[in-house]
Design a protein around this ligand. Sequence first.
Ligand code: CTP
Ligand code: MG
Length: 235
Amino acid sequence: MRAAAIVPAAGRGERLGPGEPKALRELAGQPLLAHAVRALSEARSVDVIVVAAPEGEEARVATLLHTVVGDTELHVVTGGKTRQRSVALALRVIPDDVDVVLVHDAARPLVPEEVIDSVTSAVRAGADAVVPAVPVTDTVKQVDTAGRVEATVDRSQLRTAQTPQGFARIVLESAHRDAAEQGLEDATDDAGLVEHFGRPVIVIPGSEDGFKVTRPLDLVLAEAVLARRRSAGVN
Ligand code: CTP
Ligand code: MG
């Protein structure tokens, strides 16, 4: 059986500021989406990639990625109004012989191959749902609406969730089906849906490089990481 990676890429990128849809914004001369898809296609464990593209950009995305994916099977679908909907639409075209599905944000262009393959391995080893995550480094305050501190949260138990998140196909499909039936549509990650329906989710180590490009400064950081990799002869 094969493994597929869904890449939700249909967001606008409002927090990044005005411009193209975020997945098509450039990092070192190539769209964020191309970086993310290249990483997935180079990972040994990924056989099929399904991209949920911004509406109206499907053909451009297919052309752009054609040269990036090598011999990895590529499908492009039209994304939806929310990330959750984009993933659900992509799930519909996953081939029958796929039993493991990863979901990876187009906005995480620098994810290392090792993280991708570790997530797939953990699902193959029997986990229903797997999330790569890193420890929270800032001190976190819980505040009330007036801005008064109610608590300083114990950081040692907190993790920042990254992608790709990996799932047994049937687990991800049933979580999305149940969510749609209950009218849930705004989940910001897929493991959150699985957790909501009471299935176990495990965490494995993520990577510093797995950060999401959300605000303008994140693009500056991503450029710096790429420059460092290039001068070290990686990529
Ligand atoms: N995404 C998607 N469909 C949507 C919304 C988001 O496929 N309707 C994707 C984005 O393209 C991104 C990933 O989900 O790769 C993570 O979302 P986020 O970082 O929030 O991206 P945007 O929604 O584009 O950014 P913003 O929230 O700042 O508008
Ligand atoms: Mg968003």
